[in-house]
Design a protein around this ligand. Structure first.
Ligand code: HEM
Length: 214
């Protein structure tokens, strides 16, 4: 969609209920868990395969305008352990976002290695599969990493493919291409899980405020 001349004025009639306006992201809302995730990660001796336990919370946020652009979304936190260790195995926070006017979907990722990603794709309400991707060097849907990672474990590409199984379960496959120092081809750092719903989503804060105001 063309960017309008007026980049400041926000839409006047913004529907306040995020859960009702999440389009293809609606089925991600809520709290999810599984003990059967699988991670393939790079170690000096070669690929390591680990089974992991994941809890992912996705909470509806209030509608988010950027001037005339209107986004609905979820703020998420993924926490991962392994059965063998108490320490965190992987931690990730970010947003899933949907622009109803264009069909744009986006996932932001921040992980405490010193790395951020903005991945994008297109989807429609009711889609049973959705995907977003990002490339290092792309100024729109890109990847930024700390200098150590850039040198030793450069992330060139990221994508996630999600498949919904009805309303109470979904699976993902992530592909993260890591150019390990001195090695080609890139290492295929892969994660998969099938999550099951453990709690329904809480409606976005604005709905609570509107209810209080009567
Ligand atoms: C379920 C999701 C994920 C799990 C369980 C996971 C787990 C791991 C593990 C165990 C390592 C090896 C760590 C080490 O030896 O110190 C690793 C390395 C790495 N991961 Fe992930 N990861 C996940 C997703 C991601 C994603 C989405 C990205 C980036 C988009 C990413 C980027 C990296 C990088 C850059 C490294 C290399 C850094 C290093 O080994 O020091 N990972 N990951």
């Amino acid at each position: 969609m063309a960017i309008p001349d007026d980049i400041f004025t926000e839409p006047e009639d913004i529907a306040p209920d995020t859960l009702a306006n999440l389009g293809p992201l609606r089925r991600l809302a809520g709290t999810w868990a599984s003990d059967l995730g699988v991670d393939i990660n790079p170690k000096a001796e070669g690929p390591e395969r680990r089974v992991f336990r994941e809890v992912t919370r996705m909470e509806p946020i209030d509608p988010q305008p950027n001037g005339p652009q209107l986004l609905y979304g979820l703020r998420y936190h993924t926490h991962i352990n392994t059965p063998e260790e108490k320490t965190t195995f992987h931690d990730q926070v970010g947003y899933w976002l949907w622009e109803p006017a264009t069909g744009l979907i986006m996932q932001t990722i921040a992980i405490p290695r010193g790395q951020v990603v903005l991945a994008g794709g297109k989807a429609a309400p009711g889609d049973n599969t959705i995907s977003v991707e990002a490339r290092r060097g792309d100024t729109k849907f890109g990847i930024c990493s700390t200098p150590f990672l850039e040198e030793a474990f450069r992330t060139d590409y990221y994508r996630i493919d999600i498949t919904f199984h009805g309303d109470d379960s979904w699976s993902y496959v992530t592909r993260t291409d890591l150019a390990l120092r001195g090695q080609t081809p890139a290492f295929d750092h892969r994660d998969t899980n099938t999550l099951r719903r453990v709690a329904a989503p809480v409606p976005n804060p604005l709905l609570g405020e509107l209810a209080k105001a009567g």
